[in-house]
Design a protein around this ligand. Structure first.
Ligand code: SAM
Length: 279
């Protein structure tokens, strides 16, 4: 018999040598996420949102004493219905899998889902990030993109992994609701030339105030790397290049903050429905 539960009286896994436990622990490393195509998301709230959006976990790990928790039962069922495996584990194993002293009581492993540039529909707003390095920034940007109804994120060149636990945590579940594409600079430039909409870059050297820009959709908002900003080649490809005024001593805004400011400026320029979201 395999070392996993088969019904609602779960067999409790306590061994760190269990194959599923080993695989789940390996998902903290990018090379194993790449190899398996899976990633981890923690917590009942995020796992429930994932399921509601049609992403059933391929593995669902939970604290042994929670198997009849009413919030957990639908997750267990969704996982099993989709052919996944559920594992009731000891507290000690949850700590090992999450690598946190106070782990969430539920951890799901989900399939990664990258789209290709050809699948990008020129509608609304997309966010392109050049060599984003910080997983907290990327997660916060996914969360903000989701908040304004952006369709997705385009990652250019070597970026931090959107499916790292840090980025997923910071996205607060938005990882399941924004599409993600990856490309290199040449691929992005080709794509941007054929994109039926405008490309708006943000950069410190820009002369146009972001409040005076034309934010007509469809558009791609292009943001630069945390240290180096946007390279000349990407700036030159932009239809508009805008800056946010810096009135104090700092010379730039944090990447995620400036993306949020720009995205809400975009939203402010869209025809609002009664709920405040764009048409
Ligand atoms: N030293 C970098 C530079 O020279 O661009 C600072 C990069 S900033 C931390 C990261 C990105 O956030 C920038 O490339 C730009 O896209 C955006 N950004 C931050 N502050 C901005 C501002 N005041 N105006 C326009 N874009 C800004």
């Amino acid at each position: 018999m395999e070392d996993h539960e088969s019904d609602f009286e779960p067999r409790i896994i306590t061994s760190a040598g269990n194959a599923d436990v080993k695989l789940l622990r390996s998902l903290h490393e990018r090379k194993f996420r790449r190899k398996s195509g899976w990633f981890l998301a923690e917590g009942v709230r995020i796992c429930t949102e994932a399921v509601q959006l049609g992403h059933a976990p391929v593995r669902l790990v939970y604290a042994e004493d929670r198997h009849s928790d009413p919030f957990l039962v639908p997750l267990i069922e969704a996982c099993r219905d989709a052919g996944g495996r559920t594992l009731a584990v000891s507290e000690d194993l949850l700590v090992r899998i999450s690598r946190k002293d106070n782990p969430q009581t539920v951890i799901g492993a989900f399939e990664q889902n990258f789209i290709s540039l050809e699948q990008i529909v020129p509608k609304g707003v997309w966010v392109a990030l050049d060599r984003v390095r910080d997983p907290g920034n990327l997660g916060t940007i996914m969360r903000t993109a989701d908040a304004v109804g952006a369709h997705g994120i385009i990652l250019i060149d070597e970026c931090t992994d959107p499916y790292s636990l840090e980025a997923v945590r910071a996205s607060m579940g938005a990882i399941f609701n924004v599409q993600i594409a990856q490309t290199n600079q040449a691929g992005f430039l080709d794509f941007a030339r054929s994109f039926d909409g405008q490309l708006i870059g943000t950069a410190l050297p820009a002369s146009e105030d972001y409040r005076l820009a034309n934010w007509q959709a469809p558009l791609i908002l292009l943001m630069g790397n945390e240290q180096a900003g946007l390279p000349e080649t990407l700036m030159q490809a932009c239809d508009q290049l805008v800056r946010m005024p810096m009135m104090g001593r700092s010379d730039s805004l944090n990447l995620a903050v400036s993306t949020g400011v720009a995205l809400y400026e975009y939203l402010r320029h869209q025809p609002a429905k009664s709920g405040g979201s764009p048409e």
